[in-house]
Design a protein around this ligand. Structure first.
Ligand code: SF4
Length: 98
């Protein structure tokens, strides 16, 4: 688990979306870049709750609490390995089901 009191310490934050008229001109990501330090604190908000509905809710079966913990601790290699363990085509799938 990232940080036991992370959800109290850091407010929820999501990446901003690029404006629709801009997005209509290309096939780039919907969201603007999200700074790495913000990614880490958001991952640190995970409580690793007893019955993580995120695991059941993820259509790919990703182990989201584990992934959050790796991101929070900057274990990027472990994080991507964990994603690939559940689903190889992570890039296209995560774009289809953000
Ligand atoms: S639902 Fe998943 S991501 Fe959310 S706090 Fe529980 S384990 Fe963490």
């Amino acid at each position: 688990m990232g940080e036991a009191t992370g959800f109290l310490k850091w407010d929820r934050e999501t990446p901003t979306r690029r404006a629709v008229p801009v997005r209509l001109k290309d096939w780039k990501e919907v969201y603007d870049d999200f700074p790495e330090d913000h990614l880490r604190t958001q991952a640190g908000r995970c409580m690793d709750c007893g019955i993580p509905f995120c695991n059941n809710g993820c259509p790919l079966g990703n182990l989201i609490p584990d992934w959050n913990d790796f991101v929070y601790r900057e274990h990027w290699r472990d994080a991507i390995d964990r994603l690939h363990a559940a689903n190889r085509p992570v890039c296209s799938a995560s774009t289809a089901t953000p």
